[in-house]
Design a protein around this ligand. Structure first.
Ligand code: NAD
Length: 282
C-alpha cells in the first residue's frame, strides 16, 4: 500500500484565497489587516522566512511592514519598538522573528507583545488560554497541522496521537490542540527510551524534532497518518524528520517535505492576522 499524500501546498492555497477574499470584504468597513515583522540582525535563514511572510501578506492585500533592526540593538530599544507597535491601531499583528541575538532575552520580548497582537501565539497569556481551552492566538505550525488533517476529513476523535518533540513552538501546542480534538496524546522527546515502542502505537504520528529521517518505516503502524514538521537542510536539499520514501509504503497518509506543513504555517499566520484585525474592531 502506498500512502496518500497530504498536500499542504494545496490546502494552504485555499486558505490564502479565503483570507484574500475576506480582506477585500473588510475594505467596505475601512479595515486593512496589518502585520509588522521585526527582524533583529542579519541571520540568512531568518531573512528568507521574513521575506516569505512579507510576500504572502502583500498577496492577500494586508498592510505589511518589515522593521529591520541592527544586530547591535539593545533589549531596551527592542522593547521600545514593541511598545510603539502595541499602541499603533494600524498594526494588528506583531511578529518578532526568532532567534534573537544572545544578549536579548526572548521571553522578555515575547511577553512585551500585546497578547491580542501576538499572531505567533507565543505570549504566556495565549499559551495559558490554549491550555485552558479559551479562544486565543494559536501557534501557526500546529494550528496548520490540525487544519490540514481536517481539510482531508481525517477523523481525530479517539485516535492515539504520538508527538515526537516537546518544544513550546510545535510539540506542546500540538498536544493541546489534539487533546481538544479528543485524541489520546503521548508526547515523546530526546529523553524518551525506546522511541519506536511509542511511535508504533500511533494512529497519528507527528514528528517535530529536527533530525533528518529519524522516523523510519519500522517505527510506523501500518495505515497511520504521519505528519512531518521537520525541516532539515542537507547538502542534497531539504528533508524532513521522516524517511519519506520508506514510510509512504507503510503509512495511510503522509506529508511531503517540502510542500507539507511548511506552507500551512504561513497560511495560518495570515489567518491569525486577519482574526486579530477583526477582533480589534469588537
Ligand atoms: P526544537 O529543537 O525546539 O525541539 C526539538 C524537540 O525534539 C525537543 O523537544 C527534543 O526533546 C526532541 N528531540 C530531539 N532529539 C530527539 C530524538 N532523538 N528523539 C526524540 N525526540 C528528540 O525544535 P522545534 O522548534 O520544535 O522544531 C522541530 C523541527 O520542526 C525543526 O526541524 C524545525 O525546523 C521544524 N519546524 C518546521 C516548521 C514548519 O513550518 N514546517 C515550523 C517550526 C519548526
Amino acid at each position: 500500500m502506498t500512502a496518500r499524500l497530504l498536500d499542504g501546498k494545496k490546502v494552504a492555497q485555499g486558505i490564502r484565497e479565503d483570507v484574500a477574499k475576506k480582506t477585500e470584504e473588510l475594505k467596505s468597513v475601512g479595515l486593512k489587516p496589518g502585520l509588522t515583522v521585526v527582524l533583529v540582525g542579519d541571520d540568512p535563514a531568518s531573512k528568507v522566512y521574513v521575506g516569505q511572510k512579507e510576500k504572502a501578506c502583500r498577496e492577500v492585500g494586508f498592510k505589511s511592514d518589515l522593521l529591520e533592526l541592527s544586530g547591535a540593538t539593545t533589549q531596551e530599544e527592542l522593547l521600545e519598538v514593541i511598545g510603539r507597535l502595541n499602541g499603533d491601531p494600524s498594526v494588528h499583528g506583531i511578529l518578532v522573528q526568532l532567534p534573537l541575538p544572545r544578549r536579548i532575552d526572548p521571553d522578555a520580548v515575547l511577553e512585551a507583545i500585546d497578547p491580542a497582537k501576538d499572531v505567533d501565539g507565543f505570549h504566556p497569556v495565549n499559551v495559558g488560554h490554549l491550555v485552558a481551552g479559551i479562544p486565543c492566538m494559536v501557534p501557526c505550525t500546529p494550528l496548520g497541522v490540525v487544519r490540514m488533517l481536517e481539510s482531508y476529513g481525517i477523523d481525530l476523535a479517539g485516535k492515539h496521537a504520538v508527538i515526537v518533540g516537546r518544544s513550546a513552538i510545535v510539540g506542546k501546542p500540538m498536544a493541546h490542540l489534539l487533546l481538544a480534538k479528543d485524541c489520546t496524546v503521548t508526547i515523546c522527546h530526546s529523553r524518551t527510551p525506546d522511541l519506536a515502542s511509542f511511535t508504533r502505537q500511533a494512529d497519528l504520528l507527528v514528528a517535530a524534532v529536527g533530525r533528518p529521517r529519524l522516523i523510519t518505516a519500522d517505527m510506523v503502524k501500518p495505515g497511520a497518518v504521519v505528519v512531518d514538521v521537520g525541516i532539515n537542510r542537507l547538502e542534497t536539499g531539504l528533508v524532513g524528520d521522516v524517511d519519506f520514501e520508506a514510510v509512504r509504503e507503510v503509512a495511510g497518509w503522509v506529508t511531503p517535505v517540502p510542500g507539507g506543513v511548511g506552507p500551512l504555517t504561513i497560511a495560518m499566520l495570515l489567518e491569525n492576522t486577519l482574526t486579530a484585525a477583526i477582533r480589534s474592531r469588537r
